[in-house]
Design a protein around this ligand. Structure first.
Ligand code: ADP
Ligand code: ZN
Length: 678
């Protein structure tokens, strides 16, 4: 498998981070390498990925036992044979590592440097078929640094004995330490060295909220007429329509996507390389082979997939070092689409959660409060000052203290036990008496209606910014319900405040024609989960997805949420055979969406009171407009219903005390009947 395919399939990343690709290529090619990268920059991938490409086992020397164990666990979960020999091992673990080494199946062997001193280790490694040595925290070899580990000095000896390439990694970049690493690990022979440096200061960075996106792109291109540029689009269809619009406006433009014939793609690539001033409207398929140095601008007509993809794509501009410009458009629909892509993926839940986190990081950049470059470099672990070459340095954002709004939003989520998405939380905050709010009794929450200062769109902008600050993430296990992260705790406890951007809240208005959604916003994550299950089953059975169930059936399931096989049988397209083969699997997905059951009711699940509660709900629904259907609508809160459900031998007086006169008058008699029958 190629490095790019492994990156995606094993590690689940869609793009390399700055610097990674060059390092991976050098290590795969068997060069001795020294890479200096900031902490958090993604060093481990630079030896883990080559370890999978190269023959034999890669020995990884690291001084940090906890970190080694962590990495081994992560690799094993991704299906990679990895093991560690550390003092923390149980005898069984050690035996398993030895056995895998003997069998020749181990791909990565982590080891603390002390191990090299132990008798027999060198011999064992000589026999094991080692193909590569990777040294993490390589500065530990420096006698003058405070992290000096005497056993690191044995690594040079190991390299000579095994006569295999060595890749060394560190975050410490000063020249003395570097020279010492070269001396001690590489015997004084300078390795291929990478010193990053992620910043591309000649590239101007800018983001804008979509507001007539086609005109925005035409404007941007219009002021750069005759310059070579790329417009990245989210869909193949858009590459074609945008390219046409640009041509109509007098630009030299063509489109490019993975669905085109190989020959046609070659033609576009060649033209772009050779002609001056051509614009290519493309999907991300365009780029890998492009090394044109004088691309003057890159625009994103849609939000990229992650902060890593963003960096990679804008990085194609201005390789010659001359000024280059970028513009990235984004809107609520893009964010929804990207979230949906994650939810519909088959990655394990932890990885999907991490992907939501990475998308949050990109939103954080899109709605950054201050210098974008600082924000971007900070994400990649590099400290810097304001850059003077981004839209926010050009014109500072308008900022206000959003602490109160954010606290309200967090509290609405917590009081509903983190079972709901932004749409419902906003209804609660704004005091909108929707059916769902009434059904669940959320109108009795103290947060109900406290957020009237902002309209719906403004609240949506606030929620978006909260994700950008990674205060909340959609939980794939709860079909997109928002859950608070640890970052939010200090704000909730009143120990920290938070600033938000006022301009994006004020500008929050419609972004052109609304995309047609197949189901309501609240049901969308469930539909995504159903589709993911369908894809999984289809892959297992090696049949096209629609053979399992067609979209109409899934949409109906998402809307009606059957919770028994009987109810499932009532869904269109669910015949007896399919019910038997797949019914249970899809019911399980839906049962995850317990958000449909009020927490009060959940507490009663599996008890007689639960059944009574349901009967009370029915009776109440029948009487909500009074016995003749002509009165003012009324409904009891969920907690009132739960209380009633638990009153065993009730009489009318007791009931009136619990419910209050008004409610007892409407519902009392009917409820008593239910209680007596139960
Ligand atoms: P370092 O060892 O340089 O401190 P790590 O190797 O632990 O950093 O990586 C830091 C984080 O970056 C990890 O959470 C890792 O999953 C993530 N990461 C690494 N490479 C990529 C990539 N190409 N795309 C997305 N995330 C990545
Ligand atoms: Zn800046």
């Amino acid at each position: 498998m190629s490095a790019a395919a492994l990156l995606r399939d094993v590690f689940g990343f869609d793009a390399f981070r700055p610097g990674q690709q060059e390092i991976v290529e050098a290590v795969v090619d068997g060069h001795n390498t020294l890479a200096i990268m900031p902490t958090g920059g993604g060093k481990s991938l630079c030896f883990q990925l080559p370890a999978l490409v190269r023959d034999g086992v890669t020995v990884v020397i690291s001084p940090l036992i906890a970190l080694m164990r962590d990495q081994v666990r992560g690799l094993r979960e991704a299906g990679v044979e990895a093991g560690a020999l550390t003092s923390g091992n149980t005898p069984e673990e050690t035996d398993a590592v030895w056995a895998a080494l003997e069998a020749g199946t181990l791909k990565l062997l982590y080891m603390a440097p002390e191990r090299l001193a132990a008798g027999g280790t060198m011999q064992m490694l000589r026999r094991a078929g080692v193909g590569l040595i990777a040294v993490d925290e390589a500065h530990c070899v420096s006698q003058w640094g405070h992290d000096f580990r005497p056993d690191y000095l044995r690594i040079g000896e190991l390299r000579q004995m095994l006569n295999v390439p060595l890749a060394a990694f560190t975050a410490t970049a000063d020249a003395e330490t570097r020279a010492e690493i070269v001396q001690k690990l590489f015997d004084g022979q300078p390795p291929t060295t990478f010193l990053h440096g992620f910043d591309r200061p000649n590239i101007h960075l800018a983001f804008a909220v979509k507001d007539g996106p086609r005109a925005q792109i035409l404007n941007f291109a219009g002021t750069r007429k005759g310059q070579s540029g790329i417009v990245y689009c989210g869909t193949r269809a858009k590459t074609e329509t945008l390219s046409k619009a640009l041509s109509d406006a007098g630009h030299l433009s063509c489109h490019y996507h993975g669905g085109m014939q190989a020959e046609d793609r070659r033609i576009v690539e060649r033209r772009f390389q050779q002609e001056d001033g051509l614009i290519v409207c493309a999907t991300v398929a365009f780029g890998m082979g492009i090394d044109k140095p004088d691309i003057r601008w890159v625009a994103h007509a849609d939000l990229p997939k992650s902060i890593e993809s963003y960096y990679q794509e804008i990085g194609r501009a201005g390789r010659d070092g001359a000024p280059a410009e970028t513009l990235t458009l984004f809107g609520p629909d893009d964010i929804r689409y990207r979230r949906q892509q994650i939810d519909e993926g088959l990655a394990p839940p932890e990885r999907r959660a991490a992907d939501h986190g990475r998308l949050n990081a990109l939103l954080g950049l899109a709605e950054a409060l201050r210098c974008r470059r600082q924000n971007l470099l900070d994400y990649f672990g590099e400290a810097s000052g304001p850059c003077g070459n981004c839209d926010l340095c050009d014109k500072p954002a308008e900022i206000f203290d959003g602490t109160t709004a954010v606290r309200m939003a967090l509290s609405a989520a917590l009081r509903t036990e983190e079972w709901f998405g932004a749409g419902h939380l906003i209804d609660i905050l704004r005091g909108d008496l929707t059916d769902k709010v009434k059904q669940r009794g959320h109108d009795s929450l103290p947060t109900f209606g406290v957020g009237n200062d902002y309209d719906k769109r403004q609240w949506q902008a606030i929620f978006r910014q909260m994700m950008g600050h990674d205060l909340m993430r959609p939980d794939p296990d709860r079909h997109g319900a928002l859950r608070m992260t640890d970052h939010a705790r200090p704000i909730l406890r009143g120990e920290a405040t938070i600033e938000l951007r006022r301009d994006t809240i004020r500008a929050a208005k419609g972004t052109g024609p609304k995309v047609r959604m197949l189901v309501s916003e609240e049901d969308a994550p469930l539909l995504s989960a159903l589709k993911a299950k369908r894809r999984y089953l289809a892959e297992q059975a090696n049949v096209p997805a629609y053979i399992i169930f067609n979209d109409r059936s899934l949409i109906e399931m998402a809307e009606r949420k059957p919770n028994t096989l009987d109810q499932m049988a009532g869904i269109g397209g669910v015949g007896a055979k399919k019910l038997e083969s797949y019914g249970r699997a899809f019911l399980e997905v839906i049962a995850g969406a317990v958000d449909d059951v009020h927490p009060m009711r959940r507490k009663l699940a599996g008890r007689d009171e639960g059944v009574i509660y349901d009967r009370l709900l029915e009776v109440q629904a029948a009487l909500s407009r009074g016995p003749h259907g002509a009165d003012k609508p009324m409904s009891c809160s969920a907690s009132m219903l739960a209380k009633v459900a638990q009153m065993r031998s009730a009489d009318a007086d007791q009931l009136a005390r619990v419910m209050g006169e008004k409610y007892a008058e409407r519902f009392g008699d009917a409820f008593l009947e239910v209680l007596e029958a139960g």
